[in-house]
Design a protein around this ligand. Structure first.
Ligand SMILES: [Zn+2]
Length: 194
């Protein structure tokens, strides 16, 4: 942390100490994440954004974390039971998730890049419309894969990947319809309708 005083001079403000500058000195400052505009995009459903934010901070309580502290009897994936349940496995490697994402990609014509390394830089000017839609689809995929994982763990039930992809598609279309009447230009509307 930056020192509070340098040679008897308040380090945050040459005019001297104030409550505001004291608060700024104390406040933890984190580096901006390249994915922040994807997660907190206004097109996203808030519940999808929240799960995506937790995911990107590696905070989901997957069994790889729960097992060592005795909260579950094993660390196997709740969905496929063939691998250790890590976030990476759940979203990028599990066959079930890959089938969902493949079905969504077939529908939307996008490559749904859900790995951090594949994300375009989200910092900077307002994301373009395609990026808004990409965020909407990407966060919906994370949300529904996670809710199905919980469905498998708690209810011992699992909806087929094609049906989950249909649910994602309908949620995304509902949001796009709502947005169509607002900001997009005529060109944007033509692209969205396609
Ligand atoms: Zn799995």
């Amino acid at each position: 942390m930056k020192p509070a005083y340098i040679d008897d001079q308040w380090s945050e403000d040459p005019k001297g100490y104030s409550i505001r500058s004291g608060y700024e000195w104390l406040r933890p400052k984190h580096a901006l994440q390249s994915w922040k505009n994807f997660v907190w995009n206004k097109w996203n459903y808030p519940k999808h954004a929240m799960i995506s934010w937790i995911t990107m901070n590696n905070g989901l309580k997957v069994k790889d974390k729960l097992y060592p502290i005795g909260c579950c009897p094993d660390n196997r994936c709740c969905i496929c039971d063939t691998a250790v349940e890590t976030q990476s496995h759940l979203f990028f490697e599990c066959l079930y998730s890959r089938q969902i994402i493949a079905a969504v990609e077939t529908w939307c014509g996008f490559k749904v890049d859900v790995s951090m390394s594949a994300l375009p830089n989200g910092i900077g000017p307002k994301p373009a419309l395609k990026q808004d839609v990409h965020s909407l689809i990407w966060t919906a995929c994370l949300y529904f894969i996670w809710t199905q994982r919980n469905n498998a763990r708690i209810n011992l039930q699992l909806i087929g990947p094609d049906n989950v992809a249909v649910t994602i598609r309908e949620e995304v279309k509902r949001k796009i319809r709502a947005r169509l009447s607002k900001e997009p230009t005529q060109n944007d509307r033509v692209w969205l309708r396609k």
